[in-house]
Design a protein around this ligand. Structure first.
Ligand SMILES: [Zn+2]
Length: 290
């Protein structure tokens, strides 16, 4: 049976394989991906097809090896894949539990900088319900992690909701706040279109350090001193904060199962998202699996 992206109590996978290719935002390398349906309780797995042995990397917080500008996971043997957060976000937002992601390089393609291309591919192939109920991580206590004046926290709630605040020195971004409940398949219209962004003043430094080598106005919003450099402008006035929400949804899916709780992020990013997961799972009284 083909289901929509709406909240399903059953585990879900995709109806048939999806192929796509593109460049990695940071590596600049061309990569091809095949996303394949997977059995119940498989979870989300990346498989490096350009490596022969020990090439399976489970998409779990315990496998995160770097949160510097993107989220990177690796297995014990060192096979890694980076910039997984937008694809993970699309999988979470579309309630897809089980897939194998075959990838022939070290970084997920950036596509247009948002998760919309992934969402559209999932929709076009169809999402199917599987025979077993999905488990959920129910947050039972407030958990907070902080770094300077930024923090992430999660509180018990009846559903998954997200509240995010950003603050940048640029008057083009400035302060933005957004709050959403992710219900009834609103991920696509409220979150998925929001593109990654960066500041023109940082580009030289990033490139000199081996980052953003695949970045362009085709796959990122670039904020200049006086204006947004992309001809088409922003997709939404608060696209910046919505992209941070998109990233957080992707990082939180590294819990291995959907989380039920109220997530707050303030001036936070990948580092604090993963720290929050580490702290949640460090104490069994913080959560219950239902
Ligand atoms: Zn991002």
């Amino acid at each position: 049976m083909i289901a929509s992206s709406n909240t399903s109590k059953k585990q879900q996978t995709i109806n048939s394989s999806i192929s796509l290719s593109g460049v990695g935002l940071h590596s600049g390398k061309k990569v091809a991906i095949n996303i394949e349906p997977a059995e119940i309780n498989n979870g989300i797995r990346f498989i490096r097809t350009d490596q022969k042995n020990s090439n399976i990397i489970n998409a779990l917080w315990s496998n995160v090896t770097s949160t510097n500008l993107c989220t990177t996971i690796a297995n014990k043997e060192g096979a890694s894949v980076s910039t997984i957060e937008h694809l993970m976000s699309a999988l979470s937002g579309m309630h897809i539990d089980n897939v194998n992601i075959l990838i022939d390089g070290p970084e997920v393609p950036i596509m247009d900088g948002s998760s919309l291309p992934f969402v559209e591919l999932f929709e076009s192939k169809g999402i199917v319900k599987q025979e077993i109920d999905r488990q959920i991580i129910l947050i039972e206590k407030e958990v907070v992690v902080t770094k300077g004046d930024s923090f992430t926290k999660i509180l018990p709630d009846k559903q998954f909701a997200i509240n995010f605040e950003i603050e940048f020195a640029s008057h083009l971004v400035n302060k933005q706040a957004c709050q959403l409940q992710l219900v009834n398949g609103n991920y696509k219209k409220d979150i998925s279109f929001a593109r990654t962004f960066g500041f023109e003043k940082d580009v030289d430094y990033l490139r000199a350090n081996g980052f953003a080598l695949g970045g362009s106005l085709e796959n990122a919003v670039v904020v200049g001193d006086k204006k947004i450099l992309n001809k088409e402008g922003l997709r939404f006035e608060d696209e910046f904060v919505r992209h941070k929400m998109l990233d957080s949804i992707g990082d939180l899916y590294l819990a291995g199962k959907p989380i039920q709780g109220y997530f707050y992020g303030k001036k936070s990013g990948h580092f604090l998202n993963i720290q929050l997961l580490r702290k949640i799972f460090s104490d069994k009284s913080n959560f219950k699996i239902i």
